[in-house]
Design a protein around this ligand. Structure first.
Ligand SMILES: *Cc1c(COP(=O)(O)O)cnc(C)c1O
Length: 234
């Protein structure tokens, strides 16, 4: 756990190097620390190293950590699959949801977002590699869902989230991320209502360089920050 501070330094350094290499502004890339399976103590260490955004996949586990870190003020992102019976808690406790793939879930989140909180930032998860077993909406259905979400009063549609197949080479890793960037571009051009979309949530520990090269604005990094996960199987 003491390595967390060193790990964050290393991840920040490689983020900076990739940004420089691909002519991106570092300030335009959020480092989201994916903390599933990590203890609240580990999150406190990350907080001390100036991490302000945490990503969680499992609601119950997340709620425990949100309560345990009550004295801090991090920004919580929900990045896992969402069942209908979880939307109320998610709408109350998170600032971002990256994993919207159905209008029904988006509607519930909008209805259940408390009035005293700002609109919930959301991304549509796209199955960019068209894998049959994977979460996310197919690219060709994305525009329809985006336009419908844009109508929901308590959500703020920000952009797209993708989890491509694992690939080893930088060139291969960049391809699905390029398609995601092109899809976001086409959404922005196809309707004035979508022209302000600004978010590409893409890139993990093993391929953040490729994602940054293709325009990622949020990289979701777990193991490179916290090491192997202990509490859950993922
Ligand atoms: C676990 C997870 C990550 C982080 O993966 P690492 O390989 O540990 O960096 C990113 N995004 C999502 C959606 C995840 O579930």
């Amino acid at each position: 756990m003491t390595n967390i501070l060193d790990n964050i330094k290393q991840v920040s350094t490689s983020l900076q190097q990739s940004a420089q290499q691909f002519h991106r502004s570092v300030d335009a890339i959020m480092l989201l620390a994916v903390s599933k399976g990590q203890s609240s103590q580990a999150l406190r260490l990350a907080w001390q190293a100036n991490i302000r955004n945490f990503g969680e996949n499992y609601l119950q586990e997340a709620l425990e950590k949100i309560a345990a870190l009550d004295d801090l003020d991090p920004c919580w992102h929900f990045i896992g699959p969402i069942q209908s019976n979880k939307t109320q808690d998610i709408a109350q406790h998170f600032s971002w949801v990256h994993s919207i793939e159905r209008l029904k879930i988006a509607r519930r989140l909008s209805q259940q977002r408390p009035a005293h909180l700002p609109p919930l930032n959301v991304c549509i998860q796209v199955n960019i590699d068209r894998e049959t077993s994977k979460s996310g909406i197919d690219p060709e259905h994305c525009l329809e869902l985006a336009l419908a979400i844009d109508e929901l009063p308590r959500l703020k549609l920000r952009g797209l989230m993708v989890i491509p197949q694992q690939r080893d080479q930088l060139d291969e890793q960049r391809r699905p991320y390029r398609r995601a960037a092109e899809l976001l571009d086409s959404l922005k051009k196809s309707s004035a209502a979508l022209s302000s979309l600004d978010t590409l949530s893409m890139g993990m520990s093993g391929d953040m360089q490729a994602a940054i090269a293709e325009g990622a604005t949020i990289i979701r990094v777990g193991t490179a920050i916290f090491g192997p996960r202990t509490q859950t199987k993922l």
